[in-house]
Design a protein around this ligand. Structure first.
Ligand SMILES: NC(=O)c1ccc[n+]([C@@H]2O[C@H](COP(=O)([O-])OP(=O)(O)OC[C@H]3O[C@@H](n4cnc5c(N)ncnc54)[C@H](OP(=O)(O)O)[C@@H]3O)[C@@H](O)[C@H]2O)c1
Length: 303
């Protein structure tokens, strides 16, 4: 065997061993960790709050509606893990500064940040109210970036932490009628990748979770049957319960997964095709999907 072949074989063997070793690492114990979740008053954030509290974590519940957060806090009493309610609008700098200050005053650390709060509006771009585009950019992109900017120094001082950015499969596969939402979700995902490389070796981990269609209030008045009729949904995939992305978020932290794509193999295949052969996905949308039916469905998102 030539020297170059030996080096190549050694590199492949080393990479395989490293991969096996990482897979064998026991999942992290989250008991007593401080976990801050935005958008905890509803849907995926609320389910994630349950999932983290069930692991014994101390959960900070963040959203705008304080009364709803208090109701979630009451639900979490069954786990006997401490919780903290901090009402905040993620688009407001002062709210986020006060939020980080309140968590540090109460518990002195932040181990996990879940950037989950989000909005969704659909419909043809030329019909979209600019106020909605601004709201999407504010809640789905500016908020998580700014909150991460504030939490990161805390984690770096501690010598470790984990940031989970909740994007969407729409951030992997561009969907007509959701161009503005897609842009914010893709932006958050690429932010995640960049930050993960920026924080490498510091003890701070960064994950991106890409939920697929999930039954939460974000869907607004969306008619699921219409989605099936448009052929965007089919026999292979459907609508997830919020527990599925919630468990994926917890698992991303416990097993230090960089990326979790939900929605099954169909979505992962679509994401791959989008990357390597976008023309094939253009063809799929034109040849398979009933676009007018699909646009009529997504126009009701967030309504
Ligand atoms: N459901 C899906 O099909 C789906 C699919 C892919 C990705 N996702 C992503 O999953 C995340 C959670 O969505 P969801 O489905 O759980 O939606 P949801 O049930 O509507 O929850 C959205 C949460 O965001 C909070 N929020 C909205 N604007 C806010 C603001 N300005 N400041 C602070 N909190 C704010 C809401 O609380 P308040 O109203 O009390 O502030 C609520 O708790 C989003 O990022 C979404 O893009 C969802």
């Amino acid at each position: 065997m030539k020297g170059r072949d030996r080096i190549l074989l050694g590199a492949v063997g080393g990479a395989l061993l490293l991969w096996l070793w990482r897979r064998r690492q026991a999942p992290l114990d989250l008991a007593d960790s401080v976990v801050l979740i935005t958008g905890a008053s509803s849907g995926i954030g609320r389910a994630a709050a349950h999932a983290f509290a069930a692991q014994g974590a101390r959960v900070v519940l963040v959203a705008r509606r304080e009364a709803v957060l208090r109701a979630v806090q009451e639900e979490l009493a069954i786990y006997a893990a401490p919780t903290l309610v901090v009402p905040a609008d993620v688009t407001r700098d002062a709210d986020l500064e006060a939020l980080v200050g309140a968590v540090l005053a109460a518990w002195g650390r932040i181990d996990v940040l879940v950037n989950n709060a989000g909005l969704s509006y659909g419909g043809p771009l030329e019909e979209m109210d600019p106020a909605r585009i601004r709201a999407l950019a504010g809640v789905n992109l500016y908020g998580p970036l700014n909150l991460t900017r504030l939490v990161l120094p805390v984690m770096l001082r501690q010598g470790g932490g984990h940031i989970v950015n909740v994007s969407s499969v729409a951030g992997l596969i561009g969907a007509p009628g959701m161009a503005a939402y897609t842009a914010t979700r893709r932006g958050l995902a690429r932010f995640s990748d960049a930050l993960r490389r920026e924080t490498a070796g510091t003890g701070v981990h960064v994950s991106t979770v890409y939920p697929s269609w999930t039954a939460t209030p974000i869907l607004g008045e969306l008619d699921v049957q219409q989605l099936y009729d448009s052929r965007v949904l089919n026999g292979w995939d459907g609508i997830d319960s919020p527990d599925i992305p919630a468990m994926a978020i917890v698992d991303a932290v416990r097993s230090r997964r960089r990326v979790v794509i939900l929605g099954g193999g169909w979505m992962r295949a679509g994401a791959l095709v989008e990357r390597v052969a976008p023309a094939a996905l253009d063809l799929f949308w034109r040849a398979v999907v009933d676009i007018p039916a699909y646009l009529a469905a997504v126009r009701r998102l967030g309504a």
